[in-house]
Design a binder for this molecule. Structure first.
Ligand code: DGP
Length: 120
């Protein structure tokens, strides 16, 4: 799947759409989800143009992947999620329920989140 420059997170990265930023550096942006599923629901995205976790882990350097996930951990700690625990989700493709085709990690916490996967 090729990267769609007009996906909503690409537009957020270009500053075309506002966001509630919780962290930003030269490679990573983290912002609150517009439709939170938990008291704390933050999306962490690389600034590079990667469609999914599959794309990111194939195309980005090991240093970039490692730095990204180190930053995800730092953000979780800075949000105070670690003490009571939290959930990290990276949906990929149709079966994963991925809606936005720019790689992102959800950080959800602030309450007990129940089953990992809903029975449909
Ligand atoms: P996923 O299904 O994993 O692709 O999750 C996409 C998430 O993105 C979903 O929880 C809602 C969130 N989202 C969609 N559009 C926007 C937006 O414009 N701003 C913000 N902050 N979040 C958005």
């Amino acid at each position: 799947m090729s990267y769609d420059d007009n996906n909503i997170f690409a537009r957020i990265l270009r500053g075309e759409i506002p966001n509630d930023t919780v962290y930003e550096d030269d490679a990573v942006l983290a912002f609150r989800d517009i439709s939170p599923q938990a008291p704390v629901h933050v999306l962490v995205i690389p600034k590079g143009a990667y469609v999914s976790l599959d794309d990111f882990t194939q195309m980005a350097s090991a240093e970039e992947v490692g730095r990204f996930f180190k930053t995800v951990g730092e953000i979780a700690r800075s949000l105070g999620l670690v003490g009571d625990g939290f959930r990290t989700i990276a949906n990929t493709g149709v079966n994963g329920g991925q809606e936005v085709p720019h790689f992102h990690v959800h950080l959800c916490g602030g309450r007990r989140l129940g089953r990992m996967i809903a029975k449909d």
